[in-house]
Design a protein. Structure first.
Length: 427
């Protein structure tokens, strides 16, 4: 009897052991299968411009001077049929004449025995690329890169120029251009003083981790010759512009200057020695020295009343802004697109380019200003402001001012410590 019970017990234990063994194997197999499934599910191909790089050999090239898209196609041995399709495929998508020497492009060649080129990607700008896809036919796509905006609060004290301050404080140089636009009607950027400075709340734009420009300047503060200016961006009547803390527009009837980042080489005078004629005579204008080809813009809205050439002024344009004010621009190398007598121009529109035509020893702009027909010093014109913030927008505007002014006032200007100043602090 005991032997029977013992045999029965051993049988039961054996069955249980076998069951547990197979259950363990099955469970282990399921776990391994799950791991493999997870590995498959989590695998992500590496993409560049949306193209899986594992499938291609990729080479990078630089556009050479006078090189065209057609030249590039031929040099790569791309089928001439695609070259014939190029104008039609790129129409209304990308102007193939605008490729620039120095820009790069990448060629994606299949990893197969034929080694055929399937994609060519041209880096048009820091925010846009153009993809040429060689398939059954040629397709062309212009693609905007993903741009990320980072809001920054920055400040700088100026030692020489606004442009130099950007480098001194490791700021994006494009911020200088946008600040000069915001304060164009209030600050004379040709006469900045050491100790002038600014604070700005703005968006800096990034593609991946590379800064590609400046977005919106939400608010800014500028000190110039001891005078402090605020600028707050606000939309009124569907137009965004800059206003001071009281709601007065910073925009004036005339810009402070018709071009950016040059220097004044000669001022308004009734007795100046002419650099070409070598005689003393009135110079009822202001000369701005600038590189040849620098764009020149209209100081204000108006109508072109003269466009032409004479021996003294060279290529020139004259604009009547209203019944009181007229401006003149001399020595252009060439005129702006569409500029002709009778054409209406807007403030900031390019009307010509700096040159040295007429009586000129070097490239510069000679700016003239007339008030009621009499020449006046352009640097002493007090231009009227445009319409202030409307009453119905005032509450929203003042709320915005309160929010942004606290942020601007929370930081102070930090002077750059030069090597000489540093030595002065320790000796």
């Amino acid at each position: 009897m005991k032997r029977v019970l013992l045999s029965f017990f051993i049988s039961i234990v054996s069955v249980v052991a076998v069951y547990l063994f197979f259950r363990s194997c099955e469970s282990h197999s399921e776990i391994e299968g799950t791991d493999k499934l997870q590995d498959i599910e989590t695998y992500q191909p590496v993409l560049e411009y949306g193209i899986p790089v594992d499938s291609f050999h990729i080479s990078t090239h630089t556009i050479k001077r006078n090189q065209t898209i057609g030249n590039i196609f031929l040099s790569l041995g791309i089928n001439e049929e695609y070259l014939k399709q190029l104008p039609r495929s790129a129409d209304n998508i990308f102007d193939i004449r605008t490729i620039k020497a120095g820009n790069t492009y990448k060629v994606f060649t299949k990893r197969d025995t034929a080694a055929t080129i399937e994609y060519l990607v041209y880096e048009h700008t820091s925010t846009e690329y153009v993809m040429f896809h060689f398939s059954d036919s040629l397709t062309v796509r212009a693609v905007q890169k993903d741009i990320r905006a980072v809001t920054r609060l920055s400040e700088a004290e100026i030692s020489s120029s606004l442009w130099e301050a950007m480098y001194d404080y490791n700021l994006n140089p494009m911020l200088a251009l946008d600040l000069s636009d915001a304060f164009a009607w209030a600050v004379d950027f040709f006469g900045l003083y050491q100790g002038d400075g600014f604070k700005a709340l703005y968006d800096e734009l990034y593609v991946d981790d590379k800064s590609v420009g400046i977005g919106t300047i939400h608010a800014a503060w500028f000190e110039h010759r001891g005078q402090k200016y605020y600028a707050f961006r606000f939309m009124q009547d569907s137009v965004s512009s800059y206003w001071d803390e009281e709601g007065n527009s910073l925009r004036k009837a005339f810009l402070k200057a018709p071009l950016r980042f040059s220097r004044i080489s000669s001022r308004f005078s009734y007795n100046r020695k002419h650099p070409v004629l070598k005689i003393y005579r009135p110079h009822t204008g202001v000369d701005y020295a600038a590189p040849e080809g620098t764009p020149v813009v209209a100081l204000g809205d108006g109508v072109v009343i003269e466009k032409g050439y004479n021996n003294s002024a060279g290529n020139y344009v004259k604009i009547r802004h209203n019944s009181i004010y007229t401006t003149g621009y001399n020595h252009f190398s060439r005129f702006g697109k569409g500029i002709a007598k009778g054409v209406r121009v807007t403030q900031g529109q390019v009307i010509g380019y700096v040159g040295k035509t007429g009586y000129a020893t070097g490239p510069h702009l000679d700016l003239r200003f007339w008030k009621s027909g009499k020449p006046v010093d352009p640097l002493k014109i007090e231009a009227p402001s445009v319409e202030p913030i409307k009453q119905e927008n005032r509450e929203a505007f003042l709320k915005l001012v309160a929010e942004y002014r606290v942020k601007l006032d929370s930081i102070s200007l930090r002077p750059i410590v030069s090597y000489e100043n540093f030595l002065g602090t320790i000796f």
